[in-house]
Write a new protein. Structure first.
Lengths: 405, 258
């Protein structure tokens, strides 16, 4: 097995995946550089986005304290309509993009998305049931539909998790993938059934929910979803190094002292939590979880310690910009934001496919070849030289494979 | 046989009630339809059931082209319904009248409804016409999933007759899903919510006021002019549009009805 050969010829190290100081420095520099660039992008996007909208407003009036807030239309548009929306877009974009990265690493599959494992189908079924049967249950800051979608997501994730961990301690990614995809189809069938028996207006509302909507109208739903996202992000931050090793292979990761079972469980739970929170807040907005991670990898390489935070920031900017299009392009009508992300994401993905060599397998190969030197790349290029899988100046083919140095 | 609830109502209003052998699964008015067989609706017409009841005429939606073709093959006459504002209600009444051999009744009923609507319009004429947001769908307890009437369709026409100005009249669609931002920018003076089903509980008004309270700068919110009307007749473009329009007018201009 090539990965093990590769591990074997690196110097044996004590258990744990802490990097020696010499190797840490470049990653730190890259991390700082990347985060600065993406951070500036995200901040600029979030600052500019509230200035644009379907209704023209005057900034001077927005911050004019002499007009009472309840009479100040401009301030209301700014603070009630636009700000919560932009916050929601940034959070959901960050959550879906990072969940995409983690699922891709966990499943070792470049085509995995936050919605691959049935979490969003479960959430959609929950929301659909709440809409169709007019549920009015609320709990704290949660209203009925988000609550039902969270419950649906939890049930779906629970089933997949149970199935994947039944055999032994480590998760079987094959079972995970198969169970997730099957559950997706199963829930989709149930959704169709509920749609069929529900009333016309409710079917329309439910269909609209599935297209995604960020017009949350207040900070309350954001506050409700935020704790889940924060927990998920904290776990992401904790497991990044292990994810590098895990994406190479469970055996290789275990050989390097990673508790594979625990990392897999944490990755699955945290990514599901982020997905569920995002979906409960804004509906299942597609394509972010796959487009953003790939775009970010093209720009910064494959090291999860860089890719994860960069994806969070880039995902936030991406969704804020998409939502800006959603609320302005056809104003006063709105384009569902999920339609915009898909319209941008679909062509982008095809472009990626063509650019990378005209076949799906080569996309995933290029994705993993970067982290796993395959048989073909056994003869390594000189450090710093470019190879057929990456552009010049990328480090992925130099002997700095993340976590395997 | 009718697959369109609004046209079932028209059939009964035309006095063709006894000839109706079956209705759609959504039909609830007049009460007589409750005992009639149900043969599906827009998305799920039950062809076997329809054929087994041997109708002479089946009223279908214009978009049900497969069903129309099937019925044509079976040699059954079809009345093709297309949804088209309040004027469409009069035309449909006349056409339906001649289709069931009651052309005179159709003309008379259409004229009568027209006359009553004109009377309503005259009653509120000259009064200030409030800029109104006509909401027909909203998620409970929040301002998400709000659907309002655009500048076409019978709800818009009813609002105009009842002496209101639709704030989304410039959008040439029956339904609009406005963002919070557009609702704030359009600043309606009255928010009129119509609900098809359910009884209006006293708490509903308070709940609605709480939900809309988020848009404090909207004149309707400031003046507490958030009105809720409920009843199926509000949302069915049948002969009961008169009652619906009168309810709109009474809500918008309570003084005119004292």
């Amino acid at each position: 097995m090539s990965t093990l050969d590769h591990v074997a010829d690196s110097k044996p190290r004590p258990a744990g995946h802490d990097e020696p100081l010499a190797a840490t420095r470049p990653i730190r520099v890259r991390l700082v550089r990347t985060l600065t660039a993406f951070g500036v992008l995200a901040v600029v996007t979030c600052l500019l986005a509230p200035l644009v909208g379907s209704a023209p407003i005057s900034l001077a009036r927005v911050f004019d304290r002499s007009i009472p807030f309840s009479d100040n239309v401009d301030a209301q548009i700014f603070f009630v309509a636009r700000m919560p929306r932009i916050f929601a877009a940034a959070l959901v974009g960050a959550a879906l993009a990072t969940a995409g990265v983690v699922f891709q690493a966990l499943l070792r599959n470049a085509l995995a998305t936050p919605f691959t494992l049935g979490v969003s189908a479960g959430a959609s079924l929950g929301a659909m049931l709440a809409i169709a049967f007019g549920a009015v249950v609320t709990a704290g800051p949660f209203s009925a539909v988000p609550l039902a979608s969270l419950a649906g997501a939890a049930i779906a994730a629970g089933i997949v998790y149970r199935l994947a961990t039944m055999q032994d301690r480590a998760m079987s990614t094959t079972v995970l993938l198969l169970a997730g995809v099957t559950l997706n189809s199963f829930f989709s069938a149930l959704i169709l059934f509920v749609q069929y028996i529900a009333d016309f207006a409710q079917v329309y509302r439910a269909t609209r929910w599935i297209m995604g909507d960020l017009d949350v109208g207040s900070f309350e739903p954001i506050v409700a979803a935020l704790p889940m996202m924060v927990i998920a992000f904290a776990i992401f931050a904790w497991i990044t190094s292990s994810l590098n090793l895990l994406s190479v292979g469970a055996d290789a990761a275990a050989a390097r002292g990673v508790d594979v079972g625990r990392t897999q469980r944490l990755a699955f739970i945290s990514a599901s939590l982020a997905t569920a929170a995002a979906v409960s807040l804004a509906g299942p907005i597609g394509f972010i979880g796959i487009v953003v991670p790939h775009l970010v990898r093209l720009m910064v390489g494959v090291d999860h310690r860089v890719v994860l935070p960069a994806s969070a920031l880039f995902g936030a900017s991406f969704l804020v910009v998409c939502d800006l299009g959603a609320r302005t392009l056809l104003a006063p009508l709105e384009i569902p934001v999920g339609v915009i992300t898909a319209m941008l994401g679909g062509p982008f993905f095809l472009w990626l496919l063509v650019r990378k060599g005209l076949s799906g397998s080569s996309v995933s190969r290029s994705f993993w070849a970067a982290s796993v030197p395959s048989r073909r790349s056994r003869v390594r290029p000189r450090p710093g030289a470019s190879c057929r899988w990456c552009r010049p100046s990328r480090r992925c083919c130099s002997p700095s494979v993340p976590g395997l140095r | 046989m009718s697959l369109v609830p609004a046209l079932t109502e028209m059939l009964f209003a035309l006095g063709a009630g006894p000839q109706v052998v079956a209705v759609s699964s959504y039909d609830e008015f007049p009460p007589e339809v409750k005992s009639l067989p149900k043969v599906g609706a827009l998305l799920d017409p039950d062809m076997e059931r329809i054929l087994s009841l041997r109708p002479d005429l089946v009223i279908v939606y214009g978009s049900q082209t497969d069903l129309q073709a099937q019925l044509a093959r079976a040699g059954i006459r079809v009345f093709n319904y297309r949804h088209a504002g309040l004027a469409g209600v009069f035309n449909t009444l006349r056409e339906l009248g001649s289709a069931v051999g009651r052309a005179e009744a159709g003309d008379r009923l259409a004229g009568e409804i027209r006359g009553r609507l004109d009377a309503l319009q005259a009653r509120v004429r000259g009064r200030p016409r409030p800029r109104t947001l006509l909401v027909f769908e909203r998620d409970p307890a929040s301002l998400r999933g709000v659907y309002v009437s655009g500048g076409v369709g019978f709800l818009h026409d009813m609002l105009e007759i009842a002496g209101g100005v639709n704030v989304f009249a410039d959008v040439a669609r029956e339904s609009v899903q406005p963002s919070i931002e557009t609702m704030l920018a359009r600043a309606p003076e009255v928010i009129l919510e119509v609900r098809a089903t359910g009884l209006l509980a006293p708490t509903d008004i308070a709940d609605a006021k709480r939900a809309w309270g988020a848009l404090a700068s909207v004149p309707a919110v400031q003046r507490g002019r958030i009105l809720i009307l409920n009843g199926e007749h509000m949302v069915v473009p049948g002969p009961r549009v008169v009652q619906g329009t009168e309810a709109f007018a009474r809500a918008l201009h309570p003084d005119a009805f004292k």
